[in-house]
Write a protein that binds this ligand. Structure first.
Ligand code: GTP
Ligand code: MG
Length: 196
C-alpha cells in the first residue's frame, strides 16, 4: 500500500464525538510508550503528524486520521502505565473499551508490544477480545533497534510462542531504522482487503 495523503480529522473522548465517516478503520493499541504514535508517523512518513514523547502517557485522546481519503487510522492512548494518576487511568481504560465495543467501522487492530517485554495480562486480554470478536489483528514488536539481530529473532520466536501465533503475524519494527514499515503496510492492505 502506498500512502498518498494523510489528514488529521479530530480527537475524541466520547463516542458521540467520533468522526461520522464509515471508512474502514485500523486502530493502533498497546502499552503507554510502546511506540504507537511513532509507528503511525513512520507509516505515513510524517515526523510530527502525531505527537510523541519519551514520557509515557503522551496520547490522551483518541486521534483519527484519514489516509488516502478512504481509510482511517486511529491512535489510541496507551494502557498499563502505572505512573499516570489513578484518575487519568480510570478514564483511559473505559475510553479504549468504549471505542473497541462501539466503533462499527473498526476493521482490525495493530497491537504493539515492546520487543524487550513479555506480553502481559493487558495484551492477553486484548488478544482474547480480538479473537472473540473476530477482529483481524497484527502484532508488531517495537523498538527492535534496541536489540541485536540475533536477539530480535529470539524474542520474536519467544513472543510468538507465548501468544500462540504464527511468525508471519508478528512483525519486527523500528521507527528509528524504519525496519518493517513496508511489511506492515502490506499486511494492513491485505487486512482491509476487499473493504475499500
Ligand atoms: P503514549 O502516547 O504515551 O501511549 O506512547 P506511544 O505508544 O504513542 O509512544 P511514542 O510513539 O510516543 O514513543 C515513546 C518513546 O519511545 C519516544 O521517546 C519515542 O522516540 C521512542 N520510540 C518509539 N519507537 C521507537 C523505536 O522503534 N526505537 C526506539 N529506539 N525508540 C522508539
Ligand atoms: Mg502516543
Amino acid at each position: 500500500m502506498k500512502i498518498k495523503t494523510v489528514e488529521f480529522i479530530k480527537s475524541a473522548v466520547q463516542t458521540a464525538h467520533y468522526p461520522e465517516y464509515d471508512f474502514p478503520e485500523i486502530a493502533f493499541a498497546g502499552r503507554s510508550n510502546v511506540g504507537k504514535s511513532s509507528l503511525i508517523n513512520t507509516l505515513i512518513q510524517r515526523k510530527n503528524m502525531v505527537k510523541t514523547s519519551s514520557k509515557p502517557g503522551c496520547t490522551q485522546l483518541i486521534n483519527f486520521f484519514l489516509v488516502n481519503e478512504d481509510l482511517s487510522f486511529v491512535d489510541l492512548p496507551g494502557y498499563g502505565y502505572a505512573k499516570v494518576s489513578k484518575k487519568i487511568r480510570a478514564q483511559w481504560q473505559p475510553m479504549i473499551e468504549r471505542y473497541l465495543s462501539h466503533r462499527k467501522s473498526l476493521l482490525g487492530l495493530v497491537l504493539l508490544i515492546d520487543i524487550r517485554r513479555d506480553p502481559a495480562k493487558e495484551e492477553f486480554d486484548m488478544i482474547e477480545w480480538l479473537e472473540s470478536n473476530k477482529k483481524p489483528y497484527l502484532v508488531i514488536l517495537t523498538k527492535s533497534d534496541k536489540l541485536s539481530k540475533t536477539k530480535q529473532e529470539k524474542r520474536r520466536i519467544a513472543i510468538c510462542s507465548q501468544i500462540d501465533r504464527d511468525k508471519s503475524g508478528v512483525i519486527l519494527f523500528s521507527s528509528k531504522t524504519k525496519k518493517g514499515r513496508e511489511t506492515i503496510l502490506n499486511e494492513i492492505e491485505s487486512l482491509i482487503g476487499g473493504s475499500l
